[in-house]
Design a binder for this molecule. Structure first.
Ligand SMILES: [Zn+2]
Length: 247
């Protein structure tokens, strides 16, 4: 080997050592004693979010929402009001057919705080029975109107109780940009987002927000799927607001 060839090899070894690509054991330590493998950090978990829609079905606005969700491959959760079902029973069937979760939001949108057991049963169990008549018996979780309930209601719910962690207050105004921005800027992994499918502005805003969040890697699942993904076993009377990845 000529002199330049030798210098080149020394130079190359120097570069590799500098970059950490060659590891040389210290002379007095056995080569295998404390060699630690560099393992990559934990793989970033999935970013999951559950969109929830209260107060429907709405005969005019829930259909376009379902269409938009279908086009985007999004599953959501609908908490239905009993009195609304008669106006759009076919949309309730469509929700179930397209893989959305369905829950109850009382029969006539009343606060469940302070109700007698009989009245609670009419409001919640009565709405469940209405939905059973369309879809057959199934689990129908509860979202209490206004997000409030007392101990009795918790006890009588006979299902998990779903609240939320992101609230764009979509009933407050008809500003699509504001609602969309609130959803996009506040949504983190594991959030449950509160929306109402009785406003055309909510439908427009949420579909735009989905497009933006999907580009950021978010996946949209039902509340039940979110709990399953996070290893949380749903319990009757338990209140759920958010299911972040605990790992
Ligand atoms: Zn409501």
């Amino acid at each position: 080997m000529n002199r330049w060839g030798l210098l080149w090899r020394i130079f190359l070894v120097g570069i590799l050592l500098f970059c950490g690509l060659i590891w040389l054991p210290p002379a007095d330590v056995p080569a295998s004693s404390d060699l630690k493998l560099e393992v990559p950090g934990p793989v970033e978990g999935k970013k999951l979010v559950a969109l929830t829609f209260d107060d429907g079905p709405h005969p005019e606005f829930t259909g376009p929402l379902l269409e938009g969700l279908r086009e985007r491959g999004v599953k959501a959760t609908f908490f239905l009001v009993g009195t609304q079902i008669q106006y759009a029973p076919e949309l309730v069937s469509r929700m179930a057919r397209e893989g959305h979760q369905i829950g109850v939001h009382t029969y006539s949108h009343v606060s469940v705080v302070g109700l007698e057991q009989e009245e609670f049963c009419l409001q919640v169990e009565g709405t469940r029975r209405l939905i059973y008549s369309l879809l057959g018996e199934r689990e129908l979780w509860l979202r209490p109107p206004y997000g409030i309930l007392d101990e009795n209601a918790q006890h009588w719910a006979d299902s998990p109780v779903v609240l939320w962690s992101v609230d764009p207050e979509d009933w407050k105004d008809t500003n699509v940009d504001r609602i969309r921005e609130h959803i996009v800027s506040h949504t983190r992994d594991g959030d449950i987002v509160l929306l109402h499918d009785i406003y055309p502005t909510s439908v427009e805003a949420v579909l735009e927000a989905i497009d933006q969040l999907q580009k950021q890697g978010f996946q949209f699942v039902t509340v039940a799927q979110l709990m399953e993904e996070r290893g949380v076993v749903p319990e009757c009377g338990q209140i759920y607001k958010r299911l972040a990845d605990s790992s």
